[in-house]
Design a protein around this ligand. Sequence first.
Ligand code: FAD
Ligand code: MLT
Ligand code: ZN
Length: 490
Amino acid sequence: RFAHLNILRNSSFATLTDKDITQFESLLGPNGILTGDAVEPHNSDWTKKYHGHSKLVLKPKTTEEVSAILRICDDKRLAIVPQGGNTGLVGGSQPVFDEIVLNFSRMNQIIDFDESYGIITCEAGCILQDLHTYLNAKGYLMPLDLGAKGSCQIGGNLATNAGGIHFIKYNSLHANCVGLEAVVPGGRVLDNITTLRKDNTGYDLKHLFIGAEGTLGAITKCAILCPPLPKFRHLCLVSCRSFEQVLKILRSAKHELSDILQAVEFMDGNAMETTLSQLNFKNPFESRLYPFYALVEVASNREGTETPDRLYELLGSADDLIIEGVVAQDETQLSHIWQIREEIASAYIKRGYTLKYDLSLAPEHFYKIVDDTRDVISRSPTFTANEKHSIAVTGYGHIGDGNVHLNVCIPGYDDHDLQDRLSGLVDGYVFEYVRKARGSVSAEHGVGLQKAQYLNYSKSENMIHYMKEIKRVFDPHGIMNPYKVLPDAK
Ligand code: FAD
Ligand code: MLT
Ligand code: ZN
């Protein structure tokens, strides 16, 4: 009874045999495979919505081993799903049926750091937090930062083209990935590992693998351009009465602070209240709750009061827009405010079954879709008064980048009937809204299994045609992360 119920297993795929398992074990050694109960955590996703039935996890240590795996899988028509930290939010990193899981946790070596250009070269299984820690010690940081950094891997970040909280400052991984190594079905290695900033020798194939969600091949190594670590960071949290006031603060922050602006994030009152109560966090405004909140972070290498003064000036000039504001006075307060924002996702998953929508929308639609979704649910005859009361609708996200996270949450995970009625109503409503508003049905999380059938809401028929052609070039038998991203790819 899961989101993928209407999908049939592709009958051209082989079924894994004991002989296959023995072959993989002799290739990778006993530590290189998982079978039996050890596979189970790899069959389920972080949102507790998607569950596959794989019987085998492969844990290669080298690109050569990944190449041998993808040669065998292609020859035998064994379908395979790459899995990094398994923190993806769109059902992309688990098997749908019995696909083999390709796990990168043993490919976690930092290969080199080029101090002159600030470029790190590493294997795909490096945990994002570990890369930050390594780079911070050298006076640099990763251009990407997000709430799942303790578990997600750089390979998974690249495969999803993850955005995160510092996108407004450092841009996307398309901008910061200077080199990439990938292995495609059949086992060919596309070695484009380089630390050259500039290389205009024809088609830049690495960009096809960034954001492909493992449907074209496995990312095995990368080289990422890293900015210097700013020495001083300052963060404020402000509360507002209306969403329009938040937008005005965003505009001022972009104009007044552009050279030092590091992040502008947003959450509504429901997100704040749920995160504080589910995770037992301290309210920065004591017990007071407000309809809307914005976080503004600035950073620079300037010691003294100039940088924080500019933040205070912004708050002073926006006095009529802000109900109450707080500027973090030390690193502990700063981390606490960031933790509230970054753990909203965990708070809702703790509360219960959560429909997650990750949308790019113009400012006039950014919060309207949240209000409208709440209205649609409250007017629908499908739900009882009690059910309506229990459904939480919230909006938060990367307002500086026009990326709203709309979540609709039911307490607990047991009421399958309510889950089905809710997604039946809300999926159609939200995706249709986004199509009409010419937004994107996936701003940063990817398409995965969740949105494959809605790809045409944000991509034209001709674009999907060429996406399928590209898929066929790299993966003619469709064994790489099947059923994901492209509708009926095979
Ligand atoms: P997985 O979840 O394991 O995989 C994701 C996709 O990438 C799958 O399709 C998988 O097949 C593919 N893949 C993984 N590794 C490889 C590889 N080596 N080669 C080829 N394909 C591969 N996303 C954002 O963009 N911004 C956020 O702010 C953000 N915050 C988050 C906060 C939380 C608490 C959580 C749980 C998730 C968040 N995410 C966010 C979503 C998620 O996309 C990112 O966490 C991350 O990029 C996924 O990395 P992963 O290693 O866990 O990949
Ligand atoms: C976030 O910005 O918090 C993440 O993308 C996770 C989410 O959307 O819940
Ligand atoms: Zn996000």
